[in-house]
Design a protein around this ligand. Sequence first.
Ligand code: B12
Length: 225
Amino acid sequence: MVSKERTQEIFKGLSQAVISYNEETSVELSKQALEEGIDPYDAVMNGLAAGMQRVGELYAESYYFVPELLLCSDALYAGLNILQPHIKTKEKEFSTKEQIVIGVVEGDIHDIGKNLVKVMFEAAGWSVHDLGKSVKLERFAEEQLKTNSEIVAISALMTTSMLAIPKVIEMVKAQNPNVGLLVGGAPITRDIAMAYGADGYAGDASSAVQEAYRILQCLRNKKNR
Ligand code: B12
């Protein structure tokens, strides 16, 4: 069993690799994490994603600029590509899989958070229909209809782009009021999400799946009433 100290060392190394935009180290430490039996999900969240959080602060402090951000996200994705295939997928009790449509709204190209949320849903055994980033608003409702997904998840990272969220919610609800709308992204709070008409909100990828199950339960209760 890998020691706590070693696990922390790997997490710190992964964070540092993202912060110092070192793709090679990110790949190397991700491989080491797997070889040493560290949980790949923890390595993503406590290592790579934690590093990106710090990068955000460095950007806010004008210590980093856009070119550095791009290099840091390359380092994050280099590690994520190694770790993601090893994140354990929960066996489903039933043959039917829950389905989710996910995307980042039009005009917004920040997709790291959305991709982490996607990883979590895949690990939980859901079918994820990923529309990608800067998605035309009507695509969310179209994809929901095509796939008959129970949940539509919307991500926005900017105070400007988040204004598109209520429009997407309106389009999806007009088409099918029984679909659950889950929203998230750094500028959004639970209060904002509720004011936009969403059914749920999660502040991070770890709680997003739990929140989706809560929404599903609420929708089923409503249907049975
Ligand atoms: C990395 C980054 C970039 C990268 C993005 C790379 C990529 N592939 O994503 C690049 C360099 C491309 C970039 C570009 C720009 N950026 Co930028 N960027 C960031 C930065 C530093 C980090 C974002 C990030 O990846 N965080 C790490 C992830 C893990 O966290 P997260 O995204 O918040 O996601 C978590 C939760 O929010 C949640 N979540 C996210 N989505 C969803 C969805 C659902 C459904 C749920 C439930 C949960 C959920 O779970 C996630 C995981 O735990 C932020 C600063 C910040 N602190 O957020 C600025 C920031 C978002 N950027 C900003 C700006 C201004 C820009 C640019 C306009 C800069 C420019 N002058 O060109 C452009 C915008 C281009 C565009 N049209 O979109 C501003 C936005 C300001 C505003 N108006 O709100 C920020 C806040 C920086 C700042 N302090 O000024 N950026």
